[in-house]
Design a protein around this ligand. Structure first.
Ligand SMILES: [Zn+2]
Length: 250
């Protein structure tokens, strides 16, 4: 699950997967199309059966080249992006799929757009493990990409919150985030609570007639102060905007 950013990272992941699997069959899936999660999948082509949900596959086709350029030109990882090629999955599913790893069932679920159009929730129900990708960053503010200049304004914070409800109802014991330390259900609850506060604050302020710039300026320090130990503070302004665009634009 996930190759990391670029070919060298993916080679290490494949090596480790081979070490663990021995001569058993390998599968690869990706939590969502973002470069630091899946832009190494080409290393697995022919070595593993690659499975994506349809929305993720389509989003990779549509946005992959733009994000490759973004990461290469703006984020200083041109070397890792240099030889990235996009490969298509061997299996595509719509809503849910199960993979039998030999007496151990892994479930793949698609619950509509949230962090991206194609987020996947991967779980090992028997062991209470859930893998959330960037739906959760432990001890961090959520990443809600709002990039009109990249034609990417697909984040859906309201559906995202519903996915948290669905996942929390399964009472997971081990929660694996997209970034940050491995967590528990308490990390899902903390992030969900933060999102509820952000949503409510934005809704109240736009009901009072405040514009986006004013809401961002006033609300960002308030949200930051509520979690002084959380990382990814730079994303708060965009989170506020994501709620504003969903809740306040007529
Ligand atoms: Zn992401």
């Amino acid at each position: 699950m996930d190759t990391g950013l670029g070919i060298e990272s993916a080679k290490l992941v494949l090596q480790e997967a081979r070490r663990l699997a021995g001569d058993r069959k390998l599968y690869l899936t990706i939590t969502h199309f973002h470069p630091e999660h899946g832009f190494g999948a080409q290393v697995f082509k022919g070595q593993a059966t690659i499975i994506y949900n349809r929305a993720q596959r389509d989003e990779l086709v549509k946005k992959g080249p733009i994000f490759r350029t973004l990461f290469s030109d703006k984020l200083g990882v041109a070397q890792a992006m240099k030889d990235v090629e996009f490969v298509m999955p061997d299996i595509v599913y719509d809503k849910e799929a199960s993979v039998d790893l030999g007496g151990r069932i892994v479930k793949l679920n698609y619950y509509e757009p949230a962090h991206t159009l194609g987020d996947q929730v991967i779980s090992v129900p028997e062991q209470g493990v859930v893998i959330l990708g960037d739906l959760l960053e432990t001890e961090s503010f959520p990443i809600m990409p709002w990039f009109p200049e990249l034609r990417d304004t697909d984040v859906d914070p309201l559906n995202w919150r519903e996915i948290f409800r669905t996942v929390a109802a399964t009472n997971p014991k081990v929660v694996i985030p997209g970034h940050g330390r491995i967590g528990t259900i308490a990390d899902i609850e903390a992030s969900a609570h933060h999102m509820d506060v952000a949503r409510q604050e934005v809704a109240q302020r736009c009901a009072a007639g405040h514009d986006l710039q004013r809401i961002q300026k006033e609300l960002t320090p308030i949200l930051e102060t509520q979690h002084p130990d959380w990382d990814l503070k730079d994303w708060i302004g965009m989170e506020v905007q994501a709620y504003y665009e969903r809740l306040c634009r007529k």
